[in-house]
Design a protein around this ligand. Structure first.
Ligand SMILES: [Zn+2]
Length: 418
């Protein structure tokens, strides 16, 4: 008898007949696979594209890590799941709130929902910051697991559903600033698939390599070749393998290699006075801006005496700005939660990033690398690749319109013939 599936955010998911693995390649701009295929370094992915399905899909705005991981795993936009950045400004307190807390997530993930219906699921992330949201309400009593490679040595049966992850995977704990942090996630996925055969696996990597290296650079190709080997092993173990990314990545540097930045807080302070507005860069992990805190999307919160329309007029006139929206329009256009939106949204052009005040950003961490980052409309394009051909119904759907990365679970579970 066929087991009933689950329903989440208006989509019906059947019970997987074979394991389904969805991999979110953090910062995995489609250009990396395109270049990798041309350079012959990703033979398994090249085969998936021939025998399975491949397209370029749209991720959600802002093109940041947390919102898109939650969109992919809930099958819904930020307006539904509530995560619209890595942090937001609480209007009541004026405090910046980190958006990684499970209490801020307004939907369950598919992994949590399936686990509660008795499926064995695995959610593995590179960085620990995503782990709690992805595993919110997950039932780990029945063989499901939820852990990060960053904190692999701290996993417990009670909280993570697994202990001694390092012994299980047979590798040392990887450095947080290394490609191994991501490869460990894939290795763990291969091992779990081989030994425990979960019904659903979600493997979420980090964009350490993509922030540093452009498509085709030796370090990027090496990383993609290593990933490809592990994708091949997931495929050989009989899983449906689906690949996407949370966002793309673009070079936002001047010809001389320095970052091309609009220091928006400095501009607004000059026009309207210090303290009249707060520019929030929701790409950053903390409120105090540090290395990597530059992206293509910022929110401006206006003080009582500042009219958002005046901010919009100034921002629209800046070279390097692609689009400016007021709060309501941004929320409507990008399906964002209105209560967590700024008064004004400013989006950079593909070649320009937007920062707050120059003095608050420490760029020393770039160490001579060109600035590669994301957050803007230009970085919403992501791969949408399956190792199996689509059913007739899903092939028709894919041909009819542009796909969204948050449909990938639907395609991987419902859209391939078993
Ligand atoms: Zn990311």
């Amino acid at each position: 008898m066929e087991r009933a599936g689950v329903e989440l955010n208006g989509v019906r998911y059947r019970w997987p007949k074979q394991p389904v693995v969805v991999v979110c390649i953090d910062g995995g701009d489609p250009a990396y696979f395109e270049q990798g295929v041309r350079d012959g370094v990703v033979p398994h992915v090249a085969r998936f594209l021939k025998q399975g399905f491949g397209a370029v899909a749209d991720g959600d705005m802002p093109s940041f890590t947390c919102p898109n991981n939650m969109s992919i795993t809930t099958g819904a936009p930020p307006a539904v799941h509530g995560i619209s950045g890595n942090f937001y400004l609480d209007r009541a307190t004026g405090e910046a709130v980190v958006m990684t807390g499970p209490e801020l997530l307004r939907s369950r993930t598919l992994m949590a929902e399936f686990s509660r219906h008795g499926a064995k699921v695995a959610s593995i992330t590179a960085k620990d910051k995503l782990r709690k949201q992805l595993g919110k309400d997950m039932d780990v009593a029945g063989g499901s697991v939820n852990f990060s490679s960053e904190c692999a040595d701290q996993a417990t049966l009670a909280e993570h559903g697994i202990e001694d992850v390092l012994g299980f995977v047979g590798r040392p704990k990887p450095d947080i600033y290394s490609p191994e942090l991501s490869l460990f996630v894939l290795e763990a996925g291969v091992k779990l698939l081989a030994e425990r055969r979960p019904d659903i696996l979600y493997l979420s990597l980090t964009d350490y390599i993509q922030h540093k290296y452009a498509p085709g650079e030796p370090e990027a190709n090496r990383y993609y070749a290593n990933m490809d080997t592990l994708f091949g092993r997931l495929d050989a173990l009989g899983a449906v393998v689906a690949l996407t990314a949370d966002h793309g990545m673009n070079d936002k540097s001047n010809a001389d290699g320095s970052p091309r930045v609009i220091w928006l807080q400095d501009v607004l302070d000059r026009y309207f006075g210090k303290g009249s507005s707060t520019v929030i860069c929701p790409i950053t992990d903390r409120f105090v801006a540090h290395h990597g805190a530059l992206g293509g999307f910022v929110r401006v919160y206006c003080g009582e005496r500042l009219d958002p329309r005046d901010v919009m007029n100034v921002a629209k006139g800046l070279d390097g700005v692609e689009a400016v929206f007021d709060r309501g329009t941004a929320a409507l256009k990008f399906d964002l939660p209105l209560d967590r939106e700024g008064d004004v949204v400013v989006i950079g052009r593909a070649d320009t990033c937007i920062g707050a005040a120059e003095a608050d950003h420490d760029l020393s961490g770039l160490k001579g690398h060109r600035l590669r980052t994301h957050g803007a409309l230009a970085e919403t394009k992501v791969p949408f690749i399956l190792n199996r051909p689509l059913s007739a119904a899903y092939a028709k759907r894919a041909a009819a319109r542009a796909l969204r990365s948050r449909e990938l679970f639907d395609f991987a579970i419902n859209g391939v013939d078993a």
